[in-house]
Design a protein around this ligand. Structure first.
Ligand code: GCB
Ligand code: CA
Length: 867
């Protein structure tokens, strides 16, 4: 009997799914679009003599030009068109196109006629009813998207690229004439509220709107299922013509949604008639939870105090611009969950629906914002556009239990309003006020939020600290101040914020530092872009964040590296503050967060992605070089083995332990073993090590080849050259190699501790080698034995104004004379020349730099024994 019953249930479920598909047809509309980048006078003319490129959505036209050496990227019109045969599913069917997003003004034409008004804004979802524009047979759909700067549309300026295109999915939706409204502002027409939730009961209130003919009686049926698809509750409300339908009911003993246990119910909303025939059907996930922020004690969910820690995230992937697939979005969310985080700042604009779907499912508490970044949109129209965008963002994303706050802007005072005139300041302040009010009008179940970066008092004076929550982006230890003062600076900032508004919870909405995965250092310094500095920076922040309940939440900037066309850093066009790279490779700091945050046992060698390493032997004739290796984990202690030999145990201090490991030439096996809650934990790494002799004339370990990143404390891994490794620079010592004379390339910037610069270097991918230099250098010496060598010299003149001319002489023989880099090669260009040199005596090889005018310089040097 039991078996038969369960068979019946299965059969019933099956039938209801098939039936469900019959009542609302949804398909992606991504394939085989024809695309043209440019403006068209008469896009509908048959005679149009242009080349259309076939593309698949998601698509952006800026995948390449944001990464090249030319300044700027295409910002203008792009056209998409498609000949469509619309499937015939119902008699009198209604047809809609839903755009998850297109950046940033979208005009839709069907059979040459405009449908609906242009959609303004590049990040919110919208739908258009195309029914009346369609004809029998084939239809021509054309879409113009424009991403040019527009004073009236936010963002006005920001540290990300404003890629153009239909960069998210497009869906075709077909309904019966009787259906739930498809497009409220923001393309969501069912609003689910959970006004009262406790452990013993939960109220649910669902608002919907039925589009229907005047005659006939229709009902809205709401059915709630638990996570196992068991029916929990169902109710029916009459849909009177033209009115919203509210369905209110309650359930007892709800399974609550929380980061640890993101339990989700399913709500099925249907339109039925008296006989029970179904006309439309929409599903939504529902999470029951209650939460509050307390400025002194932090965030509470379902009554439980929960420290919110996670990252911010952009929609961006290396080489794809913002045209990122759902698979990548979902993978990102899984990596964030795996990191142990429970908090996501969806920055700086609403993102793909896949993101919030995963936040709901994985238990990531989220904040969502509109791209009011740096500066307000101009005039009243700009203000109205921003309000509309905020409404779209809230309405489309309304039903996600993960969201706890709506953020109206980011660093809006970046362009200091008081410097932009009185009229702007007034408009700017009003914009904040009206956006703050819009949040409350649209959704009084969540907190309003705004993110700043200037002094609390500055914001306060303007009167824009008006949201429930305030966020601060702070780059102590990176753009400003030193790493050692992070704790002091953070405490004092929080104090200043709370002194003004003791009840306004404080979120550290951004903090972080750049790390180019190609740069490694055992001597990390601020702004050197080394993976190690980033690790130390995050460790310092986390110490304070975890210790201060007044920092109710914190978001690392950023989850992943992202592309910014105008940014010039270690990797030009890339903001490298990610915990993973722009193609999602984990950096060391990612593992640190795992060790600090994960509740399950965890252990990792933090630098395991650094596989090819090198070092100078500890002693003359020695066969090892000792280098530090850091292990992260949440156990008590860890034991490390190198090539099978134990180096003993070390107790974790703030989840990290560093061993000094003797590495031999060739492959080294590093194994670490720890234990947590009875679980044995292991990790390993294989390091391919090049042991450089301390004495270059060594007979046991003869000199072969060395490359030096002159003017830098950092190793550089040439990843596009099979991880070719450049060593950090050092002063010359007898028997070895190194520079003589000169100083680091220094610019008047406090950031880099005055070492190097972050100019984008032309003609190379290895910018960091050229960005660091030794200026005024007299010589570079290698005490190598007799033989023939290939000597490579790397030079660049960066940001210089004066004339510099020098000669290079090797062992008294001029090899490269009258070098005027600026004149002969151009500004900011990397130049590399190779020379064949024979060393005929025991004096080794001395490369001398002689200034004829101005100063000498050297960026990198490489020496390889040929024979
Ligand atoms: C910020 C901005 C963010 C930038 C970041 C940075 O404060 O909010 O958009 O990318 O700093 O890396 O400078
Ligand atoms: Ca260098």
């Amino acid at each position: 009997m039991k078996k038969l019953f369960s068979f019946l249930i299965t059969a019933f479920t099956f039938i209801s799914i098939v039936y469900a598909q019959q009542v609302r047809h949804i398909e992606t509309y991504n394939d085989a679009w024809s695309f043209y980048k440019g403006s068209l006078e008469n896009p509908f003319s048959e005679a149009l003599d242009i080349n259309w490129e076939k593309v698949t959505l998601p698509h952006s036209w800026n995948t390449k030009d944001i990464l090249d050496d030319e300044d700027g990227y295409y910002r203008g019109d792009g056209w998409y068109k498609k000949t469509a045969i619309i499937p015939k599913i119902y008699h009198n069917q209604q047809v809609f196109l839903l755009f998850e997003a297109a950046n940033q003004v979208t005009s839709l034409y069907v059979n040459g006629k405009a449908v609906g008004e242009d959609h303004i804004g590049g990040y919110t979802t919208f739908a258009r009813d195309i029914t009346s524009a369609l004809k029998e047979g084939t239809n021509e759909i054309a879409i113009k998207v424009n991403n040019a700067h527009n004073d009236e549309i936010i963002p006005q300026a920001a540290d990300f690229s404003f890629y153009g295109g239909i960069y998210r999915d497009v869906h075709l939706i077909i309904t019966k004439p009787v259906h739930f409204e498809v497009a409220n502002l923001g393309a969501n027409a069912i609003f689910i509220r959970t006004p009262e939730v406790s452990e013993s009961s939960a109220k649910i209130s669902v608002q919907s709107k039925v589009v229907r003919p005047k005659k006939g009686t229709y009902y809205v049926k709401q059915t709630l299922y638990d996570a196992q698809n068991n029916l929990v509750k169902t109710m029916k409300s009459k849909a009177s013509y033209g009115n919203e339908v509210f369905s209110d009911f309650s359930i007892s003993n709800p399974n609550l949604w929380s980061p640890e246990s993101p339990y989700l119910y399913k709500l099925v909303s249907e339109i039925i008639d008296k006989k029970g025939n179904v006309y439309d059907r929409i599903e939504n996930l529902v999470g029951f939870r209650w939460f509050r922020f307390d400025a002194k004690k932090g965030f509470f969910i379902n009554g439980k105090q929960t420290k919110l820690i996670g990252t911010c995230r952009h929609q961006d992937f290396l080489g794809k611009a913002n045209a990122v697939s759902d698979e990548i979005h979902r993978n990102d969310m899984r990596l964030l969950k795996e990191m142990g985080s429970n908090f996501l700042r969806i920055a700086h604009y609403p993102q793909d629906p896949a993101i919030l779907e995963m936040c709901n499912k994985l238990g990531l508490v989220a904040t969502l914002e509109i791209p009011f970044v740096d500066k307000a949109a101009a005039n009243e129209t700009g203000k109205q556009n921003s309000i509309k965008m905020l409404k779209e963002a809230i309405r489309f994303n309304y039903n996600n239990p993960a969201i706890v706050a709506w953020n109206l802007g980011n660093e809006t005072t970046m362009k200091a309003p008081d410097k932009l005139g009185e009229a702007y300041t007034k408009h700017f302040v009003e914009t904040h006020k009206v956006l703050g009010k819009t949040i409350k009008d649209e959704d009084d179940t969540r907190y309003s939020y705004c993110v700043f970066f200037r002094e609390p008092a500055y914001q306060d004076k303007l009167g824009i600290r008006l949201t429930d929550l305030v966020g601060y982006n702070k780059y102590y230890g990176w753009y400003v101040e030193e790493l050692k003062d992070i704790d002091k600076n953070l405490r004092s900032l929080v104090e200043r914020s709370l002194a003004l508004n003791p009840d306004k919870p404080f979120i550290l909405s951004e903090y972080g530092g750049g790390a180019d995965p190609r740069i490694r250092s055992y001597n990390p310094t601020r702004f050197d872009f080394s993976v190690e500095y980033q690790f130390e920076l995050h460790k310092a922040y986390m110490k304070t964040i975890l210790d201060m309940p007044e920092i109710v939440g914190a978001n690392v900037w950023n989850y992943a590296d992202f592309q910014v066309e105008h940014r010039k850093d270690a990797v030009p066009h890339i903001n490298s503050k990610g915990l993973v790279s722009a193609d999602r490779k984990k950096k060391d700091a990612y593992y640190l967060y795992q060790a600090l945050l994960k509740k399950t046992p965890f252990l990792a060698i933090a630098s395991k992605s650094w596989k090819k390493r090198a070092g100078i032997a500890d002693a003359v004739g020695g066969d090892v070089a000792t280098q530090p290796i850091t292990v992260v984990g949440n156990g008590k202690d860890v034991e490390l083995f190198v090539n099978g030999t134990s180096l003993g145990k070390k107790v974790f201090d703030f989840s990290t332990a560093t061993f000094n490991v003797p590495l031999k030439h060739g492959n080294n096996l590093i194994e670490v073993v720890s234990e947590k809650e009875g679980e044995l934990l292991k990790d390993f790494a294989i390091i391919e090590f090049t042991l450089q002799p301390k004495n270059l004339k060594s007979e046991t370990n003869p000199f072969k080849e060395i490359a030096i990143n002159v003017g830098s404390y950092c190793y550089f891994i040439e990843t596009d050259n099979i991880d070719y490794l450049w060593m950090p620079d050092k002063a010359y010592e007898k028997g070895g190699y190194g520079y003589v004379g000169g100083d680091f390339l220094r610019f008047k910037s406090k950031r880099r501790n005055n070492i190097g610069t972050n100019v984008s270097v032309k003609g190379t991918e290895n910018d960091p080698i050229y960005q660091t230099q030794r200026i005024g250098i007299e010589a570079y010496k290698f005490d190598v034995p007799k033989g023939t060598y290939e000597l490579s010299i790397l030079l660049a003149e960066l940001k210089t104004k004066e004339d510099n001319i020098m000669d290079i002489v090797v062992n008294e023989k001029p090899v490269w004379s009258d070098i005027n880099l600026k004149k002969q090669y151009g500004d900011d260009r990397g130049v590399m020349k190779r020379f064949l040199i024979t060393v005929e005596n025991d004096k080794g090889l001395t490369v001398s730099f002689n200034a004829k005018k101005g100063k000498t310089r050297l960026s990198g040097i490489k020496l390889r024994r040929v024979n």
